[in-house]
Ligand binder design. Structure first.
Ligand SMILES: Nc1ncnc2c1ncn2[C@@H]1O[C@H](COP(=O)(O)OP(=O)(O)O)[C@@H](O)[C@H]1O
Ligand SMILES: [Mg+2]
Length: 355
């Protein structure tokens, strides 16, 4: 049965030379629903792995609590919790076959030999390892080895599945493929999962919700769309893909919207946070368009052809530079470096943050 996971005021302080200690996790509150896949996303050292290890029981919290279902597991040993973890290093046993690796966790559970064999086969089919059971891990590719690690975690039918950057050792193409596989398997089994990564596109592709962490704290929790289009802080906006900040002034509010002025042009920001006076418009590169007339006057500083898009750097009237993507540049009219142009914003994809 998938279970809810709840983190309450979770803190982890590691002893450090000098005596003050490192607050690796600094007051994390979060509820993960049964069957939900939540990703912890943030830069290296922000406390993702430490949080995950506390859920697994490999680290004890300095304070706070962890609940799985209705049970407080905060001080329980790893084998007393119904969790399973998939690591970046596959951590397979080299002298065992693939089947033996996958079935390893069942040795310690009350499962008959026949049932174990049946479950191993079923999980191997599910993760795409059919027919590879008799091989040694060394005879598999990196992607196949990671599937074995995934199968080994799944076969024990844990209440919570934990992933710590499991795809970091794979090349880019395989990483994209495997993240879809992981998502498919997680959804097919309806299992509660916590996934840790520093890769924003991985987080976007995999998650029901993303938890953006910074220095041991949660900056924002939201769906991939919310995090991308409505970042709560500059840190989140910056961490999730490319972003531009345009200076603006809030003129008035209308219902939930704000009418702002930027470089003499008015734009309505829907669902705007309550901010007065000087502020920043948050605009993704694909939510801006270069036109021949009517808009913010800019000049093209540079451009890079990316195949599916043209990436421009353009200079605003105040001298700041921003990034603009023009999709499908093979069909569109392109602008030359040095050329004057006009910038328009997609009002459905702009957001407002305080300065
Ligand atoms: N066992 C440990 N002893 C001391 N400090 C640690 C230990 N594990 C992690 N840290 C520190 O805690 C902070 C968070 O680390 P970690 O959770 O591994 O971050 P992330 O997984 O987000 O990269 C870092 O400053 C790291 O150096
Ligand atoms: Mg880590």
């Amino acid at each position: 049965m998938p279970q809810r996971v709840e983190l309450r005021e979770l803190v982890k302080i590691f002893p450090a030379p000098g005596g003050s200690g490192v607050r690796a996790v600094d007051g994390v509150n979060l509820t993960i629903q049964p069957g939900e896949m939540v990703t912890f996303l943030g830069p290296s050292g922000c406390g993702k792995t430490t949080t995950l290890r506390m859920v697994a029981g490999f680290e004890m919290p300095s304070s706070g609590q962890i609940f799985i279902g209705n049970e407080d597991v905060s001080t329980k040993a790893p084998n007393e919790r119904d969790t399973a973890m998939v690591f970046q290093s596959y951590a397979l046993f080299p002298h065992m076959t693939v089947e033996e690796n996958v079935g390893y966790g069942l040795r310690f559970r009350k499962v008959s030999k026949a049932e174990a064999a049946e479950r191993v086969q079923r999980i191997m089919d599910l993760v795409g390892l059919k027919g590879l059971g008799k091989r040694a891990p060394g005879q598999l590719s990196g992607g196949q080895q990671q599937r074995v690690a995934l199968a080994r975690a799944l076969v024990v039918e844990p209440q919570v599945l934990l992933f710590d950057e499991p795809l970091s050792n794979l090349d880019a193409k395989l990483r994209e493929y495997m993240r879809e596989e992981i998502r498919r398997v997680q959804q097919e089994l309806g299992i509660t999962a916590i996934y840790v990564t520093h890769d924003q596109s991985e987080a976007m592709a995999l998650s029901d919700r993303i938890v953006v962490m910074n220095a041991g704290r949660i900056e924002q929790v939201g769906s991939p769309q919310e995090i991308y289009l409505r970042p709560a802080t500059r840190f989140v906006a910056d961490f999730i893909g490319k972003v531009n900040f345009l200076p603006c002034k809030v003129l008035r509010r209308e219902n939930g919207s704000a009418v702002v002025e930027s470089f003499g042009r008015q734009i309505t920001v829907h669902d705007a946070p309550k901010i007065d006076g000087e502020a920043s418009l948050v605009v993704r590169p694909e939510a801006m368009f270069l036109e021949k007339e009517a808009g913010i006057p800019v000049s093209v500083v540079s451009r890079v052809y990316l195949g599916s898009a043209m990436e421009y750097r353009v200079k605003l009237p105040n001298g700041d530079e921003v990034t603009v993507y023009q999709s499908n540049p093979n069909l569109a009219e392109v602008f030359e470096v040095g050329q004057e142009a006009f910038l328009k914003l997609d009002s459905h994809a702009v957001h407002l943050l305080p300065n």
